[in-house]
Ligand binder design. Structure first.
Ligand code: NAI
Ligand code: MG
Length: 365
């Protein structure tokens, strides 16, 4: 059964109505998503954005009762929304492959082939890297989100025997690489530094990553003003730590981006502040917005999760829906609260609760 439908009407009769499917999911997803909705409602007020949230009770708890992660017609229903706002999926008792499977399925099914992940040290936060400030860490990862190492192709045979074999097939297509690299070049063109770093590993992955590099070289010709470089992914991981200032936009395969963005969020102060957008640029299907962290069973239920990643992801959603002004309003409210320095959740070294942090951001909005 769905949760309450909560219409929110902005002033004036020019409001654009957006239907948002909300899957708070498991663990701290249930804590950070309400925080995000409260901030988005406050930020949309008085602007021409009207949001209707439909809360869907899907996830691991649902799985334990229904033996499935979502309703039978779940995908058809999701397809009818303008966007999906997701908390986190995964909880002890349900295999991670089952819970994460739903996220991967949504990304593939709705061809959300861009996973966009800003990684920025907000002024006022302390990076675990010594002597680095906000000017040093400002990157965005464009991660391929529909194929690559997470294609799901493969299997196991002779299970449980000494002859057991597992194959996990990386699937790289010219079409898939071309469109993600082009998206990254286009994004780099809009940023002041006009730099793009491609994560490769063509010295060891001599089929897939050689194709990746070849396709990127081809696309590059259309963007002569971009400073394009490729790095082997291991060296790029080290560079994010040692020379973060030399990096701006990154373009990566699915697995590489997954790993590099955890580094990016960690050097930005906390995994809890990092947002992610799963985008279908053609808009044929809804896009999905989520914090990059998981359900954090170690702190779930304590009310101390940092909601900034979820709130920032909500801002990306409003931007995608055409409300750049609402996005900017949310981001500057986050920045003011963080810079103020008094409200900090435990992951940032403070004692504030999820609700106190969310309330402070609502006040600033
Ligand atoms: P995790 O991201 O849930 O937690 C890693 C560490 O970061 C934990 O110590 C946690 O307390 C901390 N943390 C994460 N988010 C935080 C926040 N907002 N505020 C403060 N601290 C935060 O990753 P983990 O432990 O590897 O996975 C836990 C479960 O979440 C697993 O079932 C996993 O499959 C699932 N997961 C789901 C994801 C998703 O829904 N997109 C992404 C990653 C993991
Ligand atoms: Mg991850």
């Amino acid at each position: 059964m769905d949760g309450d439908r909560r219409p929110l009407h902005a002033a004036g009769d020019v409001s654009i109505m957006h239907k948002i499917a909300v899957i708070a999911g498991d663990g701290i997803g249930k804590e950070v998503i309400p925080a995000g909705m409260a901030v988005l409602e406050a930020a949309a007020k008085g602007r021409n954005a009207a949001l209707t949230f439909t809360e869907l009770p899907w996830g691991c708890e649902y799985y334990l009762k229904q033996h499935r992660m979502l309703d039978e017609d779940g995908f058809e229903r999701l397809a009818g929304f303008d966007a999906i706002y997701l908390g986190a999926l995964g909880f002890p008792g349900v295999p991670d492959g089952v819970s994460a499977g739903l996220i991967l399925a949504i990304r593939q099914r709705f061809d959300q082939y861009v996973n966009l992940r800003p990684m920025r040290l907000l002024p006022g936060l302390t990076s675990p890297l010594a002597n680095r400030g906000a000017a040093d860490i400002d990157m965005v990862c464009v991660r391929e989100n529909s194929e690559g190492e997470y294609s799901g192709v493969g299997g196991r045979i002779h299970v449980g025997t000494a002859r057991e074999v597992a194959q996990q097939v990386g699937v790289f297509t010219r079409h898939g690489i071309e469109r993600i690299v082009r998206y990254a070049f286009e994004l780099a063109s809009t940023r002041p530094r006009k730099m793009l770093a491609s994560a490769t590993k063509s010295n060891a992955l001599t089929h897939s990553m050689v194709l990746w590099d070849e396709v990127a070289e081809g696309v590059r010709r259309d963007f002569p003003s971009i400073d394009y470089r490729k790095y082997h992914v291991d060296a790029l991981a080290a560079r994010m730590i040692t020379h973060p200032r030399t990096l701006d936009v990154l373009v990566t395969s699915n697995l590489f981006g997954d790993i590099l963005t955890d580094i990016g969020s960690a050097i930005s102060g906390s995994l809890g502040i990092a947002p992610g957008a799963n985008i279908n640029p053609t808009r044929k299907f809804p896009s999905m917005f989520e914090p990059i962290h998981g359900s954090a069973p170690d702190i779930a239920g304590k009310g101390i999760a940092n909601p900034i990643g979820a709130i920032w992801a909500g801002a990306l959603m409003l931007d995608h829906l055409g409300h750049r002004d609402v996005h900017d309003r949310v981001i500057s409210a986050i920045e003011r609260v963080v810079a103020g320095g008094t409200i900090r959740t435990p992951d940032l070294g403070g004692t504030a609760t999820t609700k106190q942090m969310a309330d402070a951001i609502v006040q600033e909005v």
